[in-house]
Design a protein around this ligand. Sequence first.
Ligand SMILES: [Zn+2]
Length: 127
Amino acid sequence: MSGGPKYEYKWADGEKFKKPASLPAHEYITHLMEWVEKQINNEDVFPSNPGVPFPKTYQGICKKILTRLFRVFVHVYIHHFDKIVSIGAEAHVNTCYKHFYYFVRTFKLVDPKEIEPLREMSEKICK
Ligand SMILES: [Zn+2]
């Protein structure tokens, strides 16, 4: 999945894709959403019983989930922004992005180097 001329995201999940694989964006995103669903439905990672503690790996897994989801914003903004504007969804996508951006920056859940492809835009729209 491309994130512009300088960034390519390869998919690996440690199961079906043990080595990072170059995939078209729609396949990368399909695998990503299935992987996220699997994580959030995993009781060992996200226990649903109030008495069950979260695992030590919890924050690391959350960071990985959010980092991978951030890459979808990168792809959409860099490759599909014209389409978003043409359907009048720009304000909605920007609002969604801002919520995501403020959350991950406030709690330091996505490494700044991952944000680099959208740094300039983020500086403009997220004040
Ligand atoms: Zn695309």
